[in-house]
Design a protein around this ligand. Sequence first.
Ligand SMILES: *Cc1c(COP(=O)(O)O)cnc(C)c1O
Length: 344
Amino acid sequence: MSGPLLEISRGAFRRNIAAVQRRLSPSELLLVMKDDAYGLGVDWSVAEATAAGVTWFGGYDIPTALRIRALTDQRVYAWATSARSEVATAITADIDLGVGSAAYLDAVIGEAEAAGARVRVHLKIDTGLHRNGFRPEEWQDAVATAMAAQRRGSVVVSGVWSHLAEASDADDDTAQRVFLDAVAHLVEAGGEPEVLHLTASAAAWWRPELRGSLSRVGAFCYGIRSADGPPLEGLRLVARLSAPVEQIDGGVVRVGIGAFHGLPSILRGAQIATPGGLRRIVDIGGTTMTVEPWGGVASGQRVVLFGPGEAGEHDATALAEHVGTVGEEIITRLTPAVRRLVVD
Ligand SMILES: *Cc1c(COP(=O)(O)O)cnc(C)c1O
């Protein structure tokens, strides 16, 4: 095997999903797959997750949701505010849509009525993040509009959701009160939401008291922990990035991976796993990097930039922390010049 290689383990993904499901239970997992499943591949992931009993998938945008829909009969959710032409295809493909503004609600209802279809919507209440979502003072109108469409048969209000700021526990507690008030108002107006989803990722993992019936989690299922966050019990990174020793140059070892494979050149100084233990990256060039030497170094040996290996587990988030970013960013930046291999 020559050249850089990203090995992706279906088995590790299956075990992570089982661990996340156990952790969240009785809240159900909505598996988020943004950025082509964090650069690790939607296609194999959907099949594996469906077999593991995942019943909700999240695509973020409608094109991703449609890709997921082609691979599973389970529920698929898309929450990016999208063009009307995309909304029409989503309705035909039976995608659940997240809606957080009056203009988008009107567009979704309009497209459902034009198609003579019934669309499942999840109304988003803004609980303090101020990114998207109906403000509490807009909620009453949003519910009235959605429930009128539900009575006409073009909409089912299937869910209420929000996104927590996760800035402090106290802020998130306040957000939960805003969320539950919004749910209560919908129920008074005759709504019967099937799912409530307030928590994502870290809050879903660490704050069981905030979970609704559904929790949106993505990166953790691939074993990517939060930067500067604690390890996640029972989860491991599903991918391993390795590259071959090409040459021993004086005091350093030249390894066949570099910036053109998507590694940030500011990773110099970060530690990677070699057959002789952890060593620092000395410098990063276009297609190679130099690394501190180890005893017994020989060309053809492989070093592991992240993932399980002889020198133990060294994760993508550890590399990310070295350059002030998140683990997802390291993995999704890898270019097609890195060979990918999905293994069992
Ligand atoms: C991306 C996203 C998630 C999942 O977050 P990860 O950190 O990628 O697991 C959950 N909810 C929403 C609204 C998101 O956009």
